[in-house]
Design a protein around this ligand. Structure first.
Ligand SMILES: Nc1ncnc2c1ncn2[C@@H]1O[C@H](COP(=O)(O)OP(=O)(O)O)[C@@H](O)[C@H]1O
Ligand SMILES: [Mg+2]
Length: 487
């Protein structure tokens, strides 16, 4: 069943493959490799989420992300614990051997390393892994213990973070214009105020009048938060750093806070700039009782950076998006000075979305039809409407596949200008109806029926809205407490 869903989405399929490989590596005791593969899988799954509209599939992918991160973090934890044990052992050895044997103590001899390997195996077994370490891991462990903690290693490390970050940054302009975003006028003007004005008219923001430093977009899924951020990236004259929280957490478990620091540093170096963090709840949730040490460190670093203590953070705007704002850590919530509610689209915006999503597809709908579709789709999110339109677009194909009767018609061929016989589906009662199926019609002799209002009405019946009333009430409550309407 999983395969079926992943079909047609390259990223999800790749993620799935990586996850399987991670399992395999784990099973042959290559823990480091398994950890890396799980992390990569999490990242790919998360990216795939961005390409998929169906909330059902997205939530399946979200589960895969969480699971892959959980596994990667767990393995990482084991490996680290192991390393710590090695270090303690060495320190003890150093002390007992005295300072004269310093050099030999930092590098385990062959005999020592086999003892080490046993220790590692014991530590892992004690932690429930119950596997013995292979030679590769052993080497890794020894190398890590050897690593001198001096300034020398800092630069290549930094280089590593920068590389990781650059790969996570969206560099090209996504080509989504303000006008492509239907409705949401309040949100658009708040964003323009924050990203366009300060750069175009810096004289407007002098003295006490400062541009916004942090804006949070929140609302039910599929309402256009990520889409709006794409419009910001396209329309703003700033450097745009777009990172997903899963990128930050999964790639560098335990070191993500350094990545956060680098991210802000890069943004400051490239002013004016915007940092967009999608699904920020996964980076800064308030579930503090079960959170890991590394998650806590990321949150702290994020707070420090957003506060800009000791740093000149003017010219850097942090844009966050979340479907569950009440799950955000309260300190982080406060750092987003402006919190804009992105609600379900209203009637007018929905009508426009039907029209926009249909694009250049041949149809016979009037502007009155679009107005009525807007009226009839109360409760649908932007992405639900996307699905309705996609379903409606497929209706003619279904009609053709199910048709039992066709009627012929003489049509002028566009290329040759000759009259040719073409077929279209019809009801059995029609005067010239011939009983046949789609497969009996020669190639190039088909009249493709245009999309009708009826197709849309049918699609509206079969695609149900994905956002629940409870979800909306939670958002309204949050807005009353902390937010601002973006409609
Ligand atoms: N206001 C809108 N105007 C136009 N399209 C929209 C709007 N809201 C949602 N959509 C459509 O739905 C898709 C999903 O929206 P997205 O921005 O990913 O939602 P989320 O709020 O969950 O981030 C978009 O790619 C876009 O096609
Ligand atoms: Mg989104």
């Amino acid at each position: 069943m999983e395969r079926l869903i992943y079909e047609g989405n390259d990223l999800a399929a790749q993620a799935n493959k990586l996850e399987v490989e991670a399992h395999d590596s784990y099973n042959v005791d290559k823990y480091k490799e398994a950890q890396e593969k799980y992390a990569q899988a999490a990242e790919k799954y998360h990216k795939a989420m961005g390409e998929i509209d169906s909330e059902e599939v997205r939530s399946m992918l979200r589960e895969r992300v969480t699971e892959a991160i959980r596994r990667a973090e767990k393995i990482k934890g084991w490996l680290e614990q192991n390393e710590k044990k090695l270090k303690t052992k060495e320190k003890q050895e150093k002390r007992s051997n005295g300072s004269s044997k310093k050099t030999s103590a930092t590098k385990p001899s062959a005999a020592e390393s086999s003892a080490t390997s046993e220790k590692q195996a014991a530590a892992l077994a004690a932690n429930g892994l119950q596997k013995s370490q292979d030679g590769e891991e052993q080497k890794d462990g020894a190398a890590a213990t050897d690593k001198p903690e001096n300034k020398k290693v800092e630069d290549p490390e930094k280089e590593k973070y920068r590389k990781a970050l650059t790969s996570a940054i969206v560099q090209e302009k996504p080509n989504v214009k303000w006008d492509d975003v239907a409705g949401l006028e309040g949100a658009k003007s708040a964003l323009k105020e924050a990203v366009i004005l300060p750069i175009k008219f810096p004289e407007l923001f002098t003295g006490k009048r400062e541009p916004w430093r942090g804006i949070l977009l929140y609302g039910p899924p599929g309402t256009g938060k990520s889409f709006l951020a794409k419009a910001v990236a396209t329309e703003a004259d700033s450097q745009f750093f777009s990172v997903s929280s899963a990128d930050l957490i999964s790639k560098w478990q335990g070191e993500s806070e350094k990545l956060v620091r680098e991210l802000f540093k890069m943004a400051r170096e490239n002013k004016p700039s915007i940092i967009f963090i999608d699904e920020i709840d996964s980076l800064a949730s308030s579930r503090s009782d079960q959170e890991s040490e590394s998650a806590r460190r990321v949150k702290t670093e994020f707070l420090i950076q957003m506060q800009g203590v000791g740093n000149d953070s003017g010219g850097v705007l942090v844009l966050g998006a979340t479907n569950i704002p009440w799950g955000l850590d309260s300190a982080i919530r406060r750092r987003f000075e402006k919190r804009v509610y992105i609600p379900l689209p209203d009637e007018r915006a929905r009508g426009r979305m039907f029209e926009v999503h249909l694009g250049p597809t041949v149809h016979s709908l009037t502007s009155q039809d679009f107005i009525e579709l807007g009226k009839n789709s109360d409760g649908y999110s932007g992405s639900d409407i996307n699905n309705v339109v996609r379903d409606a677009i497929m209706q003619p194909v279904r009609t053709l596949q199910n048709a039992q009767f066709f009627t012929a018609q003489m049509v002028t061929d566009e290329k040759t200008g000759e009259q040719v016989e073409k077929w279209k589906p019809c009801s059995p009662g029609e005067p010239n109806a011939v009983q046949k199926t789609l497969h009996d019609i020669p190639s190039g002799r088909l009249i493709v029926p245009g999309i009708t209002r009826f197709d849309f009405d049918k699609a509206l019946m079969s695609v149900r809205p994905s956002v629940s009333d409870e979800d909306i009430s939670l958002h309204i409550k949050f807005t009353e407490d902390f937010g601002q309407e973006g409609n």
